[in-house]
Design a protein around this ligand. Structure first.
Ligand SMILES: [Zn+2]
Ligand SMILES: [Zn+2]
Length: 265
């Protein structure tokens, strides 16, 4: 369950909507609501707040002005359940739908926790501070902010510069370690330093270890080079396999990712 804060005053009260649950029954209105849901999902798909993308199946937008006349709900303009996004106004506001769809997403992963976090007096209290500090509320606001068109492009440019710097640093580090490994003495070379023949066993083990480390460093080197190439060709943050978005969280942890979480599995 979730309620959205009503932050804009509503000067007009439309008697035609009074106590009537208007679903988007007319065909084109229904189609535009569906399209809006899909656009909102596409925006949320750029984020990886949860392990799986939001599931739109069964999710509907319903305009229900009557709900927002119920005491306690007057200050909200949207309300989300697992399958319904209830809106106060008929006008379709994409940011509001992204916000409410983020709550649907939260409910798909943490239904109990989300419900409990809102089942507090502070949700309906006159003082909005407690409500605004709710972590699911904060997350829904972030979802809207992070996926706004021009802002997110600017954010992406900054992110790419930071990613490139990080990738180059790591590549230099990996190449430096590979160079050190290449300089390591050949097996048996240790004898020249006065070791006994029997020490060959531990040398063989350390040699095998070096080969293992070398191989994994070369794999990392390749990944880093691929990620840098993706930055060049403008496909950084897009999955090499399915073309979908690689979540910001995944890139933060592993900036060399060329595959999304699903394809990497
Ligand atoms: Zn909300
Ligand atoms: Zn993929």
């Amino acid at each position: 369950m979730h309620v959205h804060q009503y932050w804009r005053s509503d000067p007009h009260s439309d008697p035609a909507h009074h106590l009537r649950l208007l679903s988007f029954a007319p065909r084109d209105a229904g189609a535009s609501a569906r399209k809006l849901l899909e656009r909102a999902k596409a925006r949320l798909d750029r984020l990886d707040f949860y392990p799986e993308p939001v599931d739109l199946s069964g999710v509907r937008i319903v305009v229900a002005p009557w709900l927002f006349r119920v005491p306690g709900f007057r200050r909200f303009r949207g309300y989300a359940t697992r399958h319904l996004i209830l809106l106060k106004h008929r006008s379709l506001n994409e940011d509001l739908v992204v916000h409410e769809l983020c709550h649907v997403w939260q409910l798909q992963f943490n239904p109990l926790r989300v419900w409990l976090s809102y089942a507090r007096p502070s949700t309906f209290a006159r003082d909005r501070t407690g409500y605004r500090a709710n972590r699911y509320e904060v997350e829904a606001h972030r979802a809207v902010e992070l996926t706004r068109g021009p802002q997110s492009q600017r954010a992406m440019a900054t992110q790419n510069t930071e990613a490139e710097q990080l990738l180059r640093e790591r590549l230099a580090e990996v190449q430096c370690r590979l160079a050190e490994l290449a300089k390591a003495p050949e097996p048996g070379a240790g004898i020249a330093f006065g070791k006994r023949i029997g020490d060959g066993t531990s040398e063989a083990i350390s040699r095998r270890y070096d080969i293992g480390v070398g191989n994994s460093l070369r794999v990392t080197e390749e990944k880093l080079q691929r990620a840098l190439a993706k930055l060049d060709e403008g496909s950084y943050g897009r999955c090499d396999n399915c073309g979908g978005a690689i979540g910001a969280g995944r890139l933060a942890v592993a900036p060399e990712s060329a595959l999304c979480t699903d394809c990497a599995r």
